[in-house]
Design a protein around this ligand. Sequence first.
Ligand SMILES: Cc1ncc(COP(=O)(O)O)c(C=O)c1O
Length: 438
Amino acid sequence: MNTPFPRTAVFQDGRLCSLGGVDVAALAGDFGTPLYVLDRAELVGRMHEWRDAFGPDGTVAYAGKALLVLAVAQLVDAAGLHLDVASAGELHTALRAGFPAERLFLHGNNKSVAELEQAVDAGVGRVVVDSSSELGRLAALADSRGQTVGVLLRVTPGIAAGGHDFIRTGGNDSKFGFSVSAGLAEEAIGRALAAPHLDVHGLHCHLGSQITTPDAFVAAVDIMVEVMARVRDRHGVVLDELNVGGGLAIVYEPADEAPVSVEEHARVLRAALAAACTGCDLPVPRLVVEPGRAIAGPAGVTLYTVGTVKDIPGVRTYAAVDGGLSDNLRPALYGARYTFAPAGPGAPVHRQRPVTVAGKHCESGDVLGRDVALPAGLAEGDLLAVAATGAYGQAMASNYNRLPRPAMVLVGDGEVRLILRRETLDDVLSHDVALDDL
Ligand SMILES: Cc1ncc(COP(=O)(O)O)c(C=O)c1O
């Protein structure tokens, strides 16, 4: 049975006791709850697994959209990975963390001129061009700067895959990229190759997220290589990079289908690429991948305190915690399910019953876990841990109901580092401008 908790998690009598050698009750006591806990060994271990699986002839770019704070950017840099950023804010975070610009990929389906300028001025390694208008803007900007900009073109191969409609991106009806089937991809590649200051290295696609099997990736590689072969035939240019994006799934609940291992993912992608290139008599381009969830997801655990337990006889038992959709939007947005566990000291867990873990927001949809098996004696004041919250948790956090966003700590080898300060109520108001004429 898969465990979605980090590799350093220690349980006793069915209760989570420590992460990274640090007592979770002490963490809650020192930093409050809700609290994001990032397990350093799991996070860095996964970065190294991806780096080693794709080896020196491949490139792994961590997808910052999953989770990007200064400390995470620093760890990505220290692991020798590249970094995929998708906005001015993510780019600014990376640069402020001292991340080498040449190892950055800039994404976005509607990059502003300001974002393109920020990227070009910083010397970002690759701008992943997503639309015809952007291509024009970027070419003009590079000309005006007299600066050569490395680019990839994002194309949609017509293959959508992933755990929810909202996170499937590679199909023909997608807001992202240039469609292959409509011929827009090749038209754009021709324009990019003709642009004097754009250095076209290759193609990019991202099929979707939470993908468990390699089939969709293999099919996409075939289509992408065919496009690259047509570019060679038509323009005499051999593109040297193929970026197949991210998307590899993780386990959220023990019964989930386990995704293929990183090693197997790498092996399958490499084999598919080699076979497709042989078929088209094309030199094998550098393989690039952009995992986000598969690196950050399992490293994160969120600690909550149960505030109110409400039994509705014959209907349901609710346990409301001190957070909710403002710190983890995925259950409300995608119907995502998570694994919950009682945490800290308490009675051994002998008997469980179904409990619905609700958030504290004024939304009936603010439910973090429906009918979750929890201790029959779950009580107000108890600590609850939720596993695999490292990706698309803090990154999508909000101040709904003007809740301050939680703190994040990095734990490892018995040590705790605060890497994200908890917002205060004054932080929440810090952008308000009061009227002064009343
Ligand atoms: C362009 C791109 N690359 C990589 C990723 C990361 O995907 P995942 O977190 O599923 O690995 C995303 C996610 O949306 C993406 O849009």
